[in-house]
Design a protein. Structure first.
Length: 367
């Protein structure tokens, strides 16, 4: 269903153009200097002061006021892997206790990037074939399509939001076959559709022979010293963790899938995740949002915008983004990771406007 309110908010940060076709953009190169990695099994994490980086300390109070007014629970800024700023606000999810470094929060759709990383690991291990039919893993009849139509949908289409299934159904989160209706040929239409993404969880479990939580903990969380779990929430599997665990994952992504001397996510797959996955919406990689592209699309619409997802953010930023302003922003050119958890008033699926507002404040601090 078309969300006009959401689209109008997005227009605030750019000019709207309706385009019939668009070209893909090349991804900026990822470069990192020597990074610090916090030890596993410890709360120890080295810090660095804004003053030592030449940042504008006089603007930090304004940034803190912004995160307080925007219902932020956690904000972490990493530079070269070290904590520059770590702030907590408000209450925990299920209690009136103060939100702290150990408090868990939902990633919402920011968890898509984590699931994408798991798919890359499974592919590298020879367990998952991106170009195989999704029905090879889920069985024939997982949609309401004809067998011939269904057989054209591959795992790669699920990873790039190009299954061709109708995202305008009454409940786009519904994973039942009756909710999965033909709209277009796979690969010819980009649409932000939760249901085909959620079914990747079953694809991964079938391919690896492990539950999603077992697999994510063995392959990513434990190797980087993070904690978290997918929890069934309605039709969706939503990942929950504390902010520092999300920051660890962001640091892993910044270092091209490598934690210290261990390559966890294949480096070639990091390149795939952070490159335009198709030319319909070049601001989308493999379940990862990409800044700096000349065109972009938003959930719930087939309109194409003649702008990047966040004009105020660095052009080489890539991001995991989720409802209510869950953000993991990674900026390779500056060795920055920005984590934000909390609520925002607009309740949007992907918080483009909020993210841009946050970067306007960050730009006052970061020099």
């Amino acid at each position: 269903m078309l969300d006009l309110t959401y689209i109008n908010r997005f227009i605030r940060i750019g000019i709207l153009f309706f385009l019939i076709a668009c070209d893909g953009d090349d991804s900026p190169p990822l470069t990192t200097a020597e990074l610090y990695f916090p030890p596993k099994g410890s709360s120890e994490w080295e810090t660095v002061t804004p003053a030592s980086l030449g940042w504008d300390e006089s603007a930090i109070n304004e940034l803190k006021e912004f995160i307080t007014s925007s219902n932020t629970r956690a904000l972490i800024i990493l530079k070269d892997g070290k904590i520059v700023l770590e702030e907590y606000r408000g209450q925990q999810l299920a209690s009136t206790n103060p939100f702290t470094a150990s408090s868990n929060w939902y990633w919402a759709s920011a968890g898509k990037t984590l699931t994408s990383a798991l798919a890359g690991i499974a592919q590298n291990a020879g367990q998952l074939n991106f170009d195989a039919k999704t029905s090879d893993y889920l069985g024939v009849g997982w949609t309401s399509l004809t067998p011939a139509q269904e057989a054209k949908i591959t795992v790669r289409h699920q990873l790039t939001m190009t299954t061709g299934l109708d995202d305008a159904v009454i409940n786009p989160d519904c994973t039942e076959a009756a909710c999965l209706i033909f709209e277009a040929e796979p690969g010819t239409r980009w649409a932000y559709h939760n249901a085909p993404y959620t079914l990747l969880d079953n694809v991964l479990s079938e391919a690896t022979g492990k539950t999603l939580n077992t697999y994510v903990n063995e392959e990513i969380m434990e190797p980087i010293g993070a904690l978290g779990a997918y929890i069934q929430t309605g039709d969706n599997n939503v990942f929950y963790s504390n902010a520092r665990s999300m920051a660890r994952f962001g640091l892993l992504m910044l270092n091209r899938g490598k934690w210290e001397d261990q390559q966890i996510i294949p480096e070639a797959y990091i390149d795939l995740m952070t490159t335009s996955s198709q030319n319909i919406n070049p601001s989308y990689g493999y379940l990862t949002w990409l800044n700096g592209r000349s065109k972009s699309m938003v959930p719930g619409s087939q309109l194409v915008f003649n702008q990047s997802i966040s004009p105020s953010a660095p052009a080489d930023m890539f991001a995991a983004m989720g409802k209510n302003g869950q953000l993991m922003d990674v900026v390779p050119s500056q060795n920055l990771v920005v984590i934000r958890m909390g609520d925002v008033p607009d309740n949007t699926l992907v918080p483009f406007t909020f993210q841009d507002d946050l970067w306007k404040e960050l730009n006052k601090v970061i020099r």
